[in-house]
Design a protein around this ligand. Structure first.
Ligand code: FO1
Length: 313
C-alpha cells in the first residue's frame, strides 16, 4: 500500500541501504523515491570503473544481488578474474564475477564515450527495471581514502577488502570532494522532497560522504530528515562502521550516531534492544522511534520504512 504521495529522497550507501530500500519502495510509490548514492567507494580496477554502492542497490532492487554477500551478482562465476590472475598475474583481491563485470564493462564504455555517471546509472537501472530514481551523489571523481594509524594512505577498498580492515584507522578523507558538484537532479530532488531518509548505511564513509558534496548538507536544513540507526546494541549489523566511527570521534551506539547527525536530524529509528537510549536521543531534540530494525525479511523492512516515515510525519 503506497504512502500518501510524499516525495522521498533517500541517502544511501551499500548493503544495509539496499536492503532498506526494498522496504521503502513498498511503502512509497517508487516514482516518488529518489535515492542519492555514495560514490566514494568507487574504484578503477583492470581499467574498469566500479561503483560498488550503486551496483549493490541496483542489483538488490532489480533482483540480481548475491543474497548472501549482499554485493555482486547472484550465482556468478569467476572465469575472467581467474584468468586475469592465473595467466596474467593481475590482482584478484577484489572479487569481480563474470556477470558483475558486464556492468563494469558497460559503465566504463559509456563513461569513455563521455556520458556522465548519472546517465550511465540511469541506463543500468533501466536495464534492471529499477522503478525508483537512482542518482550518484556526484558525477565528479571522489575517492574515500583511509590514512592508517601506521601512516599509509589507502583507497577505502584497499583498506576494507585487500587488507580486510585490519590496519587501525587514523583519518578518513575524501579526495576531490571540494571540487565535486551534486549530480544533476540531486538538489532539485532535495528541494522537492517532503522528507529525506538516511538509510542504515555507514555514517562515516556513506552518509557523511554524500553530505560532503558541496550543497547537499545545506539542503537538509530545508526538509524533515529521518533515519534508521545502522548500529544495534553497540555493534554493526554488517560492514565496518564500528571501525570508522571512532576515527571521527563518534561512539558506536545508536544514540551517538544520532548525535553525529543531530544538526539536521528530526527523527531516528532505533532497535528494541536500544530502547534504553530513546531518552538520550530525545534529549538531542530528535524524535525517537523504537522498533525491530533487523531487516531479515521484506515484511520487517517495509514496517521499518513505514516507522521511519511516521516518526517525522
Ligand atoms: N567486498 C569484499 O569484502 N570482498 C570483495 O572481493 C568485494 C568485491 C566486490 C565487487 C563488486 C562490488 O560491487 C562490491 C564488492 N565488495 C567486496 C563489497 C564492497 O567492498 C562494499 O560492499 C562496499 O564498497 C561498501 O559499501
Amino acid at each position: 500500500m503506497a504512502d500518501s504521495r510524499r516525495k522521498v529522497v533517500a541517502l544511501a550507501g551499500g548493503v544495509g541501504a539496499a536492503r532498506f530500500l526494498r522496504g521503502l519502495v513498498r511503502v512509497v510509490a517508487p516514482d516518488d523515491v529518489t535515492v542519492v548514492v555514495n560514490t566514494g567507494d568507487d574504484l578503477v580496477l583492470h581499467g574498469l570503473h566500479i561503483s560498488p554502492d550503486l551496483d549493490t542497490i541496483t542489483y538488490t532492487l532489480g533482483g540480481g544481488i548475491d543474497p548472501v554477500r549482499g554485493w555482486g551478482r547472484a550465482g556468478d562465476t569467476l572465469m575472467m578474474a581467474g584468468e586475469l590472475a592465473a595467466r596474467y598475474g593481475q590482482p584478484d583481491w577484489f572479487m569481480l564475477g563474470d556477470r558483475d563485470l558486464a556492468t563494469h564493462v558497460l559503465r566504463t564504455h559509456l563513461l569513455r564515450e563521455g556520458h556522465p555517471l548519472s546517465v550511465v546509472t540511469a541506463v543500468i537501472a533501466r536495464a534492471w527495471e529499477v522503478a525508483c530514481r537512482l542518482l550518484p551523489m556526484t558525477d565528479d571523481p571522489v575517492a574515500t581514502r583511509i590514512q592508517t594509524a601506521d601512516g599509509r594512505t589507502l583507497h577505502f577498498q584497499e583498506w576494507w577488502v585487500r587488507e580486510a580492515a585490519k590496519p587501525d584507522v587514523g583519518r578518513v578523507w575524501l579526495d576531490g570532494v571540494e571540487s565535486a558538484q551534486p549530480a544533476p537532479g540531486v538538489l532539485d530532488a532535495l528541494d522537492a522532497a517532503d522528507v529525506v531518509v538516511l538509510c542504515p548505511s555507514n555514517p562515516v564513509v556513506s552518509i557523511a560522504t554524500i553530505l560532503a558534496v558541496p550543497g547537499i548538507r545545506a539542503a537538509l536544513d530545508r526538509v524533515p530528515v529521518t533515519g534508521v540507526s545502522p548500529i544495534i546494541g553497540g555493534s554493526v549489523v554488517r560492514g565496518m562502521a564500528d571501525r570508522l566511527l571512532p576515527a571521527v570521534g563518534v561512539g558506536v551506539s545508536a544514540a551517538a550516531v544520532a548525535g553525529y547527525y543531530a544538526e539536521f536530524l528530526d527523527g531516528w529509528v532505533i532497535d528494541r534492544e536500544d530502547a534504553p537510549l530513546a531518552d538520550e536521543v530525545a534529549a538531542l531534540g530528535i524524535r525517537p522511534a523504537v522498533t525491530n530494525t533487523v531487516m531479515d525479511s521484506v515484511v520487517v523492512t517495509e514496517a521499518l520504512a513505514r516507522t521511519a516515515l511516521e516518526v517525522v510525519s
